[in-house]
Write a protein that binds this ligand. Structure first.
Ligand SMILES: *Cc1c(COP(=O)(O)O)cnc(C)c1O
Length: 397
């Protein structure tokens, strides 16, 4: 990566670990086989590599390798889980329960399901970003077939009580799906132990390549099936056709192996750096506070609101050096406040004044020190030019 740039946007995507790239390289030219070619060594070599990668990915989530279906990423996995269950379980019912703070891949797939005649309940969250277990239990109806709750939120890092949610779903006999994209590889994730039946995740959020992901589908107690959304060839047990992307799958496997191996140490290191960054900003900047639960949260993420300091303007003061995300999302027509922060009760103004810091494997302490200074100065500069901040300081707001 360019040396003078500081990347603190690891929840958007992570750099591909050089060890992952190295593992992938032979599968472009030296080992070019199609894993479905049964009649020659090229195919056997590719098939063996996929088998090994599937085991590595399965091991990271304590699953059976046959429970791992490779897809093009978490967006596709979310779509396959939601639409695939909706289509196949329609005889039982067509009601789905999800949460307002889910990723757009889940929310938009649910929107599609509504157009197809399904019904979706979108649960509110508490101010700390977590779902209320009472509200969840109350939302489940006799015709509910699926509950979908993300493991950890991409904007705030807030972790949902998955095991408790799993128990509620079990009691009501409904399937539970989780988008665990931000959790897998960062914290221990065991879908079977949590009562999660389908789980989406992706390589490029855990130092693997883009364009490869997986859907975990429980095979035992219960055996879950999904209707394929892509037909042709019958790959991946008929649930996702298409020639396997062997180099990417190999990279995903290597990334999973590396994550499993270094998870605890890396987690502690990043938590310490995150806490340093967060504490410094909260101490040095007036009217700054953390968005979401600080207790139930990924250790490498911090989402901070700086009252009356527009995040986009703050980022403009240092975006040649430090890469972050704001609580604003560009849609085709306008800049919208983050749906996650507004669901937590934030005003649109406060959402637009929030910055997301997401640390990763390759960040150093010097980078964090630089970022602290840049953000403190940036907020001061933006507030210094803001009549709203002046009015606020004079007690007029
Ligand atoms: C990044 C992300 C996705 C999308 O993953 P892709 O592999 O890019 O499709 C889905 N859900 C969450 C929570 C994410 O953070």
């Amino acid at each position: 990566m360019p040396e003078d740039l500081i990347y603190l946007d690891n929840n958007a995507t992570t750099p591909c670990d050089p060890r992952v790239v190295e593992a992938m390289l032979p599968y472009f030219y030296e080992k070019p086989g199609n894993a479905a070619s049964r009649n020659h060594p090229f195919g056997w070599v590719a098939d063996e590599a996929v088998k090994q990668a599937r085991e590595q990915v399965a091991q990271l989530i304590q699953a059976d390798p046959r429970e791992v279906i490779f897809t093009s990423g978490a967006t596709e996995s979310d779509n396959l889980a939601l639409k695939g269950v909706f289509e196949l379980y329609r005889r039982k019912g067509s009601h789905i329960v999800t949460v307002k703070t889910e990723h757009k891949a889940v929310l938009d797939a649910c929107g599609h399901i509504e157009k197809m005649g399904g019904e979706v309940t979108y649960l509110d969250v508490e101010a700390d970003g977590r779902v209320s277990l009472e509200a969840l239990g109350a939302a489940i109806r006799p015709d509910t077939v699926l509950v979908s709750v993300m493991w950890a939120n991409n904007e705030t890092g807030v972790i949902q009580p998955m095991k408790a949610i799993g128990d509620i779903c079990d009691k009501h006999g409904v399937l539970l799906m989780s988008d665990a994209t931000q959790a897998v590889g960062k914290i221990p994730v065991d879908p079977k132990a949590a009562g999660v039946h389908l789980m989406a995740f992706t390589a490029h959020k855990m130092y693997g390549p883009k364009g490869i992901g997986a859907l975990y589908i429980s095979r035992r107690q219960p055996r879950v099936k999904v209707a394929p959304q892509i037909d042709g060839g019958g790959h991946e047990q008929g649930m996702r056709s298409g020639t396997l992307n062997v180099p990417a799958i190999v990279g995903f496997g290597r990334a999973a192996g590396l994550a499993a191996q270094g998870m605890e140490e890396e987690g502690l290191r990043l938590r310490r750096l995150r806490d340093k960054l967060e504490n410094a900003l909260l101490e040095s900047v007036e009217e700054a506070f953390v968005n979401g639960s600080r207790e139930h949260r990924l250790g490498h993420v911090s989402n901070i609101a700086f009252r009356h300091a527009e995040a986009e303007a703050v980022m403009m003061t240092f975006n040649q050096r430090v890469a972050l995300s704001s609580g604003s999302a560009c849609t085709s027509a306008s800049v919208e406040p983050s749906h996650v922060l507004t669901a937590m009760g934030h005003s649109s103004e406060l959402a637009h004044s929030s910055l997301r810091f997401s640390l990763g494997r390759f960040n150093t302490e010097q980078e964090i020190d630089y970022a602290i200074e840049a953000v403190v100065k940036g907020v001061e500069k933006v507030r210094g030019m803001s009549p709203v901040w002046e009015m606020f300081k004079e007690g007029m707001l």
